[in-house]
Design a protein around this ligand. Structure first.
Ligand code: ZN
Length: 75
């Protein structure tokens, strides 16, 4: 799944996401904590929305497919 094809992002979430440099985005996607695996994992099939002013990514763990989420605070 490429970062460039994100149909499930809301418009403001997409704009926020695209304002982040690609190498940072890749890092954010690949160190998401999974409570099932008990270690950092990669988030897949994620969607994005703005929640409380922060960008919220919600998706699935690449390893066990349980739900994982990541909040990216606006700096
Ligand atoms: Zn997992």
């Amino acid at each position: 799944m490429t970062i460039e094809s994100l149909p499930t992002f809301t418009k403001p979430a997409r704009q926020r996401w695209e304002s982040i440099p690609a190498n940072i985005r890749q890092r954010l996607l690949s160190n998401v904590w999974c409570g099932q695996c008990r270690h950092e994992t990669t988030i897949t099939n994620f969607s994005g929305a703005i929640k409380g002013g922060d960008l919220l990514l919600v998706g699935k763990c690449a390893e066990c497919h349980s739900d994982v989420a990541r909040v990216i605070e606006s700096s």
